[in-house]
Design a protein around this ligand. Sequence first.
Ligand code: MF3
Ligand code: CO
Ligand code: CO
Length: 276
Amino acid sequence: MVTYVEADVAPSRNTGQIRLYGAEAFSGMRKACDLTARALDELVGMVQPGMPTADIDRFIFEFGMDHGAIPATLNYRGYTKSSCTSINHVVCHGIPDEKPLRDGDIVNIDVTYILDGWHGDSSRMYPVGTIKRAAERLLEVTHECLMRGIDAVKPGARTGAIGAAIQSYAEAQRCSVVRDFCGHGVGALFHDAPNILHYGSPQEGVEMREGMIFTIEPMINLGRPQVKVLSDGWTAVTRDRSLSAQYEHTVGVTKDGCEIFTLSPAGLDRPGLPPT
Ligand code: MF3
Ligand code: CO
Ligand code: CO
């Protein structure tokens, strides 16, 4: 049985109960998520052939510090970077390093800032130089998956409706949905209940209620859905080495739908793709 708890009185660890946040939390999340979105906006000009992902990671650290925020991934379960940078067939949790990005790469940059105790978690895909049409199509499909998932968020519906919307669109486009990683409750904690699956059916999952805050972050592959984690313990790649993409927003459930906290103030939610 799933239970819900007012966030103000909830224990400070993940107990499996679902936190329901109030107006003050929503305003804190707006600020943390806006900072994350502005950092992702700043990256648009920086992501170029020749740029090492470690430089991007240093920027994310500095930008956070300059604005009173700390990257949530820093020292998280032994992770030592301020962001994840996942290139081409890397599905997620790519570790920034000194290797330069190359023309034609696609890279996901995933940032979570903690500002005044609130976690703002978002990621976008960045084309490096000129990318192939197949890669561009994967980015378009994956962003559309995220937005269709978000459209399924409303009180009374189950979280499975999000997964169903994403899976049906991805598979209709002859792409596949990664099963091994999911979205998550977020807010006062980085990773909290419930899990948000990116596949499934509308009858599955937990009922969404006003005040819930969680991420939706589908990972979509051009090939098969299977992944493996490399020996560094983090980097997840597609087993068939096909291209993988991901976009992530943090959303809060409202009376009649949801608020997207991590929308780009500059309209750069899909860097390098034609405007929708
Ligand atoms: N930001 C990722 C997410 O979307 C989590 C990264 S955890 C790390 O949930 F340790 F790999 F950085
Ligand atoms: Co993230
Ligand atoms: Co997340």
